[in-house]
Design a protein around this ligand. Structure first.
Ligand code: ADE
Ligand code: ZN
Length: 338
């Protein structure tokens, strides 16, 4: 079967389920915000900064990502960041987003949690009104900090509980297993939030099991290292647990040597609920459609596989069932030669 063409993939309605808003901070916007906030960046220009985006592993990326986030100081900065991302989504045929933001990255620098929350929320509301993109924000805890800090973050966000629908877990994975966060995830579940966690990006399959069993997550972010444990792959398949896979991220952070080595299409063909996502597009060289194209060009992607990936993103979202059904009906009606 021939590969799906780019326009067909663009026209498929898609949800983005694994996207860090701080990771959409393009170098140009970083410089503009540094200027606006009178901050001196440790790089003379955009080209030099971009040349530093040459990562060996997750930690080498996180160092730059946290440094970059320091230019975000005001509600308007978070608005501008989020709005720029939503415009990219509109270009790529993304109809629904469930982005993460890391409150502790900002509260640790002295910003009140409402600064990022309000700026992001205002842009998401505008995205729905002006671009027709729906949203559900996820607050993500930094796993290299303590569980007490995560609990405090959740508590400080409660006055704004209508602004987010779930909690996640990100940052440096190795040595920070999901088991460290059982209490805060239990609390979040009791409060009625959805729960997801990064697991099996660099960390072992045991972390994926812990996220499922101890944190009772509804989706696994990344999860690509599940293939080291065939029984786990079987369980993910039987339970149709969504994996929010980020192909350009995985190659840029050396989880896979090249895109041709990536396991996501093999996992899709085995019947797992694989979705494609951008993770931190400003740092990894592409937004959602770029990720689809990179996978197609390296591994092959038929129209039926592209449709399945888009369908998975809709069914794995936290949209209400009737909204999922509406989108899936529209997805099935997308013809190849429109
Ligand atoms: N924070 C931002 N991007 C991340 C990733 N890919 N893994 C863990 N934490 C992150
Ligand atoms: Zn991520």
């Amino acid at each position: 079967m021939p590969n799906a063409d780019t326009d067909f993939i663009r026209r498929l309605p898609k949800a983005e389920l694994h996207l860090h808003l701080e990771g959409t901070l393009e170098a140009e916007l970083m410089f503009a915000l540094a200027d606006r906030n009178k901050i001196k960046l440790p790089y003379p220009d955009v080209a030099t900064l971009k040349a530093a985006y040459d990562f060996d592993n997750l930690q080498s990326f996180l160092n730059l990502y946290y440094q970059g986030a320091d230019v975000l100081r005001t509600e308007q900065d978070f608005y501008d960041l989020t709005w720029a991302y939503l415009q990219r989504c509109a270009d790529d045929g993304v109809v629904h987003v469930e982005p993460f933001f890391d409150p502790q990255t900002h509260t640790q620098r002295g910003l009140p949690i409402e600064v990022p929350l309000q700026g992001i929320h205002r842009a998401l509301v505008d995205g729905e009104q002006k671009l027709g993109i729906t949203h559900a924000l996820i607050l993500s805890f930094l796993r290299d900090l303590s569980e007490a800090s995560a609990l405090q973050t959740l508590e400080s966000a409660m006055p704004f509980r209508d602004r987010f629908i779930g909690v996640g877990l990100d940052s440096a994975e190795q040595g920070n297993p999901p088991s460290k966060f059982q209490q805060v995830f239990q609390k979040a579940r009791e409060l009625g939030f959805h729960v997801v966690a990064h697991a099996g990006e660099e960390g072992p399959p045991a972390y994926i099991r812990e996220a499922l069993e101890l944190l009772q997550v509804e989706r696994i972010d990344h999860g690509v290292r599940c293939t080291d444990d065939p029984d786990l792959v079987d369980e993910l398949k039987q339970r149709f647990i969504p994996l929010t896979v980020c192909p350009l991220s995985n190659t840029r952070l050396k989880v896979f040597r090249t895109m041709a080595d990536h396991n996501l299409m093999a996992l899709l063909d085995q019947g797992l609920c694989i979705t494609i996502n951008a993770d931190d597009p400003a740092y990894f060289g592409g937004y959602l459609l770029d990720n689809f194209i990179a996978v197609r060009d390296a591994l092959g992607m038929t129209e039926s596989q592209a449709r399945q990936l888009a369908r998975n993103s809709l069914t794995a979202s936290f949209l209400p069932d009737h909204r999922k059904d509406e989108w899936v009906t529209r997805l099935e009606a997308i013809a190849v030669n429109d």
